[in-house]
Write a protein that binds this ligand. Sequence first.
Ligand SMILES: *Cc1c(COP(=O)(O)O)cnc(C)c1O
Length: 420
Amino acid sequence: MQFDSLKETAIALDKADDLSRFRKSFTIPKHTDNTESVYLCGNSLGLRPNKAVTYVNEELEDWARLGVKGHFDKEFAWTRYHEFLTESMATIVGAKHEEVVVMNTLTPNLHFMMVSFYQPEGKRRKIVMEADAFPSDTYAVASQIKFHGGNPDEDIIRWQPRPGENTLNIEDLQQILSQHGDEIALIMIGAVNYYTGQYFDLKKITEIGHSHGCMVGFDCAHAAGNVPLNLHDTGADFAVWCTYKYLNSGPGSIAGCFVHERHAHNERLPRFAGWWGHDKEERFLMKDQFKPIPGAEGWQQSNAPILSMAPIRASLELFMEAGFENLRAKSEHLTSYLEYLLNDLPGDRIKIITPSTVKDRGCQLSLAVKNADKSLFERISDKGVIADWREPDVIRVAPAPIYNSYMDCWNFTQILKSSL
Ligand SMILES: *Cc1c(COP(=O)(O)O)cnc(C)c1O
């Protein structure tokens, strides 16, 4: 891709961008001088789709108008509310409808999936994770190991970068499996690593894992709504993700869960059950014997928190309208543009640690800052950039194709340049 660093080019790229019209469907937080912030933090919390206000209000009104009857007697009936999200969500993560459910929040979903898919037995007790896994995932994995009487210090294997490198090499994972394959019960990897932004080859990882008899699951928190996932085709046993990052569904909103169809009817898998996972026909017959809904829905426990689900509807509508392939095409171009501008900065204080190969990343770029303390990040924040800082020395920036512009990337780079 050919770029230059002129402001006119950023303006022209925005003009030529078919998807630029979606920006006005979101509210961009204002900086102290009342101009729009340069918001590059969709990897942490996506912006509010304006329609979310309408949809949440509709549910509040229906509650007032209908009381308990709102569970059944309305278009978006509360007993079925999660079902209205399934089709779009399945499209975004590349799965069959039966394989996807929106429920709970992310870390609980990860636990519930491990209840079913981490079954240490005999010698096979270990879990493989990536080196810089998100702390919540590490806590969840370590506590599951302890729950089964194991020792996390022995039973977690970390897939490490090679000396002097930041990203992970799949050959090293292969090596781990060749050496310890029969001791590994589960491979659980963040599909896009939260720190480096590296997007892994999920299909390959699954093949490697399955060929050694391991279960394979992915945390797609940084992948859902960001990269093309094709979860079904990867063959993974399970996946979990949140909806408040690239899926713009609001702080703490309800998460997604994928269970591959090969497990849809497997009632021998252990699971922590609840009435919302029970056969819908019989749910209100209050029977004692649990009869799971086939597929991912059978892992539900509670009736759904409607007020947290309403914004998901608003966001997914925009994704469907824009088309995920179009969003990905823009994303690849937009992030490459930002990469170009950053590489064009004078000096060598900024080093991008995210892979430079487009297929190995989503929209996030992680910038390692030489001799950094947090002051550089504070200076750019004072000038209207909203990004995030990860100790010890990384600034993460993620132009989200659904609301970010080429001008955002240009403004960010100018502010960074003047703050270095
Ligand atoms: C954002 C994120 C989380 C956060 O977990 P919650 O349960 O939603 O608080 C966990 N794991 C990963 C990989 C994340 O990116």
